[in-house]
Design a protein around this ligand. Structure first.
Ligand SMILES: NC(=O)C1=CN([C@@H]2O[C@H](COP(=O)(O)OP(=O)(O)OC[C@H]3O[C@@H](n4cnc5c(N)ncnc54)[C@H](OP(=O)(O)O)[C@@H]3O)[C@@H](O)[C@H]2O)C=CC1
Ligand SMILES: Nc1nc(=O)c2c([nH]1)NC[C@@H]1CN(c3ccc(C(=O)N[C@@H](CCC(=O)O)C(=O)O)cc3)C=[N+]21
Ligand SMILES: [Mg+2]
Length: 289
């Protein structure tokens, strides 16, 4: 058996086309162009690729985009001042601080993210938006897990009643993925580095989400035949070689459907970011009028 390939570019194109229509209607109704600001601190080469991808997608859709490059030795105070400016900048409707932050301000991450206006929080990382997601009031939702959900929906894969297993419990991927799947009536298990008998648990999964950050972590013996396998991992194993967390070649002959890396959910992350930026702009306009 060979798994159905869930190609990110097809789903991403559908989401971006819808966002583009929304951009046009906002321009017609309100004479406003949605704007996204991305703050990047330091010179992380992987971050630069993502930031460039985000910028290119904004151009495609007619979203105004600013990339703010700050020096590697920026202080917490400098970041807070930059965020404060963007919070009050009426050309900007979405603010994203690219993670990870450099080591000297790593411990300030929560304080920095919490300073973003929750209505401009297109990453969905602010405690207000996290709380809304957790209480069933989905608002601005983290892009990567929402991308996984949209992919399942657009592919016509039923979520309700399924056993879903997530490997990883980060605030960016694992935890919001849990809430999104639970809200859609899956039975959800979250695994992490202290989980015992991991393979026995993942083998129960109808939907398996891998967000670990380790190449070839999910092997064929961990996957139930016919399962839907979503690979969130982005691991650079050589300068030009990117792989996910799933041993793709082996797992594709066991799974029913599988996402590739690259070309999988990473592309939906960007598409949802565009969707969230438009949503944030509409929200802010409805509050000022
Ligand atoms: N495609 C996309 O758009 C995106 C991709 N990514 C990628 O997804 C991956 C995960 O990212 P992120 O969630 O930020 O990563 P983190 O490093 O924050 O989290 C990794 C999680 O994996 C768990 N883990 C580590 N080792 C094991 C193990 N041996 N068994 C079970 N669980 C384990 C950790 O457990 P514990 O909590 O116990 O430490 C942790 O919860 C990365 O490769 C990242 O690059 C991330 C964001 C967006
Ligand atoms: N505040 C914040 N928000 C994020 O959403 C965020 C972040 N920080 N830090 C880093 C991670 C990672 N991430 C990706 C975005 C796009 C691709 C992407 O476009 N991937 C393509 C191309 C990958 C490539 O060629 O490098 C693919 O998988 O095919 C991947 C990963 C967002 N993240
Ligand atoms: Mg992380």
């Amino acid at each position: 058996m060979t798994a159905k390939l869930l190609e990110g570019k097809i789903f991403a194109a559908a989401i971006k086309a819808e966002a583009k229509k929304q951009v046009e209607s906002l321009q017609q109704e309100f004479k406003v162009t949605p704007g996204l600001a991305v703050i990047i601190v330091g010179e992380n080469p992987a971050s630069k690729v993502y930031v460039a991808n985000k910028h290119r997608s904004c151009e495609e859709l007619g979203i105004y985009s600013e990339v703010i490059e700050m020096p590697i030795d920026s202080t917490k105070a400098m970041l807070l001042a930059q965020i404060d400016e963007l919070n009050h900048n009426c050309k900007i409707h979405g603010i994203l601080v690219q993670l990870p932050l450099p080591p000297h301000i790593h411990t300030d991450e929560a304080e920095i993210l919490d300073f973003i206006d929750p209505d401009k929080d297109v990453d969905g990382f602010h405690p207000i938006n996290v709380g809304k997601l957790a209480t069933g009031q989905e608002h601005l939702v983290p892009c990567t897990p929402m991308g996984c959900i949209k992919m399942l929906e657009l592919a016509g894969i039923e979520i309700a009643g399924k056993n879903a297993v997530i490997i990883g419990r980060s605030n960016i991927v694992g935890k919001p993925m849990f809430h999104l799947l639970l809200a859609r009536d899956a039975t959800v298990t979250v695994c992490h580095s202290r989980t015992k008998n991991l393979a026995a648990i993942t083998k129960q999964a109808d939907i398996l989400v891998a967000a670990v950050g380790r190449p070839h972590f999910v092997t064929a013996d961990m996957v139930k035949p016919g399962a839907v396998v979503i690979d969130v991992g982005i691991n650079r194993i050589a300068p030009k070689k990117l792989v996910g967390d799933v041993d793709f070649e082996a797992v594709k002959s066991v799974a029913g459907a599988i996402t590739p890396v690259p070309g999988g959910v990473g592309l939906l992350t960007i598409a949802i970011l565009m969707h969230n930026t438009v949503k944030a702009a509409r929200l802010q306009l409805s509050k000022t009028i």
